[in-house]
Design a protein around this ligand. Structure first.
Ligand code: SAM
Length: 300
């Protein structure tokens, strides 16, 4: 069997390219063989926090020149990165934890580097998003990644109101000092019935994954001060979808069809109910056909 390190080395790692490298979200062992190979190979590491990254790299026996690329300097730092790429360097981009660009710096750097004509090569790995979802269960069919909600209560309430009818599960990131008010805000906005997953300190010593309803969320958090500590991913069930009722407007359509053509009946029903004219037309057509078939049978 070929050792994994050899498999990683056997790949192409072109010079003059930016490598987006996911790092662990807690457990330092959660890094890929390929990520370690690339971090060892690159000329420089663009890091959200150069001290944190140097410390992390030292855990893997790697030491590299770093340059800071954070929220406040991403555009100007991109110019430096591009200058190094022009010199044929390989540069890795890492954030403090998880996947760069996911609620972390990295996306603007990616834009700038691609615009400058250099390749951007992603190396998959840990993210709190996928880690939480992998343990959520089948009630999460589809999801939307929200990241951090607005921090001001009014803005947050408006944001949540705009998501009230969103059918997909919502994945939200939250810090310990806001977890209680955020869960309460979710309850206020969506009511108590929806499922909630509180994934805390994933991959770390005090990891906990708790599933309850939104109504139960605040009580569970209040049950033990430790439950409010650490980093959180919240997954909230999407809005319940009403099954489309094919026959919802049958009574109205039947009455209208006594006096009007299929298309006029559909048009008027659409005006009266706000439902789709096309859907009402199809239904009116089906009702007319059904009625004619019935008539035919009666005449036989
Ligand atoms: N780029 C990262 C990723 O790929 O997940 C996210 C960085 S964002 C600045 C940090 C937030 O991610 C935390 O506030 C928390 O919501 C979530 N997070 C990061 N690590 C986590 C962990 N071990 N357990 C739970 N949530 C975590």
């Amino acid at each position: 069997m070929i050792p994994l390190s050899e498999l990683a080395q056997g790949q192409q790692f072109p010079p003059g390219a930016l490598y987006i490298v996911a790092t662990p979200i807690g457990n330092v062992a959660d890094i890929t063989v390929r990520a370690l190979h690339v971090l060892g190979l690159v000329d420089r590491v663009a890091a959200e926090d150069t001290r944190n990254t140097s410390q992390l790299l030292s855990r893997y026996g790697i030491s590299k020149p770093t340059l800071a690329v954070h929220e406040h300097n991403e555009r100007s730092a991109a110019e430096h990165v591009i200058a190094h790429l022009r010199n044929g360097e390989r540069i890795a981009c890492v954030s403090d934890a998880g996947t760069p660009g996911i609620s972390d710096p990295g996306a603007r750097l990616v834009d700038a580097v691609r615009e400058a004509g250099f390749p951007v090569i992603p190396l998959p790995g840990a993210s709190a998003l996928t880690t939480a979802l992998s343990a959520a269960g089948a009630w999460v069919h589809t999801f939307s990644f929200i990241g951090f909600l607005a921090t001001k209560p009014k803005q947050r309430a408006t944001q949540l109101l705009s998501l009230l009818h969103h059918s997909q599960a919502l994945v939200i990131y939250e810090a310990p000092h806001r977890i209680v008010e955020t869960v309460q805000a979710l309850l206020d906005a969506f009511g108590g019935d929806r499922q909630l997953l509180i994934a805390r300190e994933l991959t770390k010593l005090h990891e906990s994954i708790h599933r309850c309803t939104l109504a139960e969320g605040p009580t569970w958090l209040a049950g033990d001060a430790n439950r409010q500590r650490g980093e959180f991913v919240l997954v909230v069930e999407g809005a319940p979808q009403e099954a489309p009722q094919e026959d919802a407007h049958d009574a109205l359509l039947t009455t209208l069809l006594e006096e009007l053509s299929v298309s006029s009946a559909a048009k008027l029903a659409a005006t009266l109910t706000g439902a789709s004219r096309n859907a009402l037309y199809t239904r009116a057509l089906a009702l007319t056909k059904g009625r004619e078939e019935e008539k035919g049978r009666e005449e036989e």
